[in-house]
Ligand binder design. Structure first.
Ligand SMILES: [Zn+2]
Length: 123
């Protein structure tokens, strides 16, 4: 369960290369927006977060892993992350941004990822 916290993580790069193939221009890590979205499409007013399943508590099996040690510590930490994600999504959508989350586990199913991304982008 690698922590996906840094920039330029493998899932992020996968998403960026899909956008590049679709010839979609994007900006990275806009610090002025709530939650510092990983990818920003300013003209479409859309943002994309690329989230690690464990840290951001995805519903998939990677997100539901319960660490054997320090269970309470991890639970608090992850719940805080999830609450912060929710606040950021709300703040962004109140400001008129469309928000999409790409989960780390989708990277393992590239077709699935492309389908979902293009649905979001063309919506
Ligand atoms: Zn997942």
């Amino acid at each position: 369960m690698a922590a996906i916290k840094g920039k330029n993580t493998k899932p992020e790069i996968a998403v960026r290369s899909i956008l590049a193939k679709m010839r979609i221009r994007y900006q990275l890590h806009r610090l002025d927006l709530p939650g510092k979205p990983d990818i920003v499409l300013p003209r479409r007013r859309k943002v994309i977060f690329v989230h690690g399943c464990f840290w951001h508590v995805h519903r998939c099996r990677y997100g539901q892993v319960k660490p054997a040690t320090n269970a309470q510590f991890w639970r608090n930490k992850r719940q805080k992350t999830r609450a912060r994600d929710r606040r950021n999504r709300r703040a962004l959508s109140n400001a008129g941004w469309k928000v999409f989350t790409v989960w780390e586990c989708w990277i393992k199913k590239p077709k699935h990822l492309v389908t979902r991304l293009s649905r979001f982008l063309t919506a």
